[in-house]
Design a protein around this ligand. Structure first.
Ligand SMILES: NC(=O)c1ccc[n+]([C@@H]2O[C@H](COP(=O)([O-])OP(=O)(O)OC[C@H]3O[C@@H](n4cnc5c(N)ncnc54)[C@H](OP(=O)(O)O)[C@@H]3O)[C@@H](O)[C@H]2O)c1
Length: 239
């Protein structure tokens, strides 16, 4: 069996990953988000708020039978407030760091501990963003947390290469710009808080946003063909 643990499965890219994985009965997905999905064949849902770090730390990666492949996809992400520093709500700022960076780090830590002794293919994919490489005004928390996710990945890759743990592949992959609720939320901003709003409105109007299912398929192809990865931190569009 191939076991996938995916955060943020209630909509967007995470939901598309679940739909694609359901095409193969050898795949089992454990999905994690606040909004539940109905029970489906090959899918279990765990309702968890990733801002609640104690609950995240308590999440137990299950003992797995006949595992050929075990995958953690840290997909959930939040860009709750688009405003310059000085006008951000501190509680919201902390919550976004938790969802985008702290929860993925805790889940990676527990995932590696849980499955290090398993003789299966083991992969962690962190869904990052171009915003982790380039500063975007109004997105300070989002950019900084995604940059942190990229560095977390690079350190884990270094440790894996040094043989610190047994046979894990760790990647941080940005999805490009994708037609999901996150893009809708970005478009509700305004020019005073975010200078590039017109550009993002234009992405939607001119059909430049990628389809979530097409993007999900690229991630799953890469998980099955890891030799095609051009590095440790990259964009899915670099394939
Ligand atoms: N869309 C883009 O253009 C784009 C570009 C670059 C990077 N990304 C990255 O791609 C990933 C997926 O984004 P998307 O566009 O698919 O976003 P989306 O449609 O807004 O979906 C976000 C998912 O994250 C979950 N989530 C958010 N806050 C959570 C919390 N506190 N606890 C648990 N789950 C939470 C949501 O579930 P609940 O609300 O049900 O909890 C939802 O399932 C994110 O990491 C995002 O940063 C997206």
């Amino acid at each position: 069996m191939n076991y996938y643990f995916i955060t943020g499965t209630s909509r967007g890219i995470g939901n598309a990953l679940v739909s694609c994985l359901q095409e193969n009965s050898e795949n089992h997905v454990t999905g994690i988000s606040r909004t539940s999905l109905p029970d489906m064949a090959g899918y279990d849902h765990v309702s968890l708020d990733l801002t609640d770090i104690e609950a995240v730390a308590d999440f137990k990666f299950a003992t797995l039978k006949d595992a050929k492949k075990i995958v953690l996809i840290n997909n959930a992400g939040a860009i709750s407030e688009i405003k310059p520093l000085g006008r951000l709500d501190n509680n919201q700022l902390v919550r976004d760091f938790h969802v985008n960076l702290v929860a993925p780090a805790v889940l990676m830590n527990n995932f590696i501990e849980a499955y290090t002794s398993y003789d299966a293919e083991k992969i962690v994919v962190n869904i990052s963003s171009g915003a982790g490489k380039n500063p975007v005004d109004g997105w300070s928390t989002y950019c900084a947390s995604k940059a942190g996710l990229d560095m977390l990945t690079r350190v884990a890759d270094k440790e894996a290469g040094m043989g610190r743990y047994n046979g894990f592949r760790i990647l941080s992959i940005a999805p490009g710009i994708v037609d999901t609720q996150m893009q809708q939320e970005i478009r509700t901003s305004n020019e005073a808080d975010f200078s590039r709003i017109a550009e993002f409105e234009n992405y939607k109007e001119s059909g430049k946003l990628a389809d979530a299912e097409a993007v999900a398929r690229k991630y799953l192809y890469l998980i099955d063909h890891q030799k095609k990865a051009p590095g440790v931190v990259f964009s899915i569009n670099d394939l």
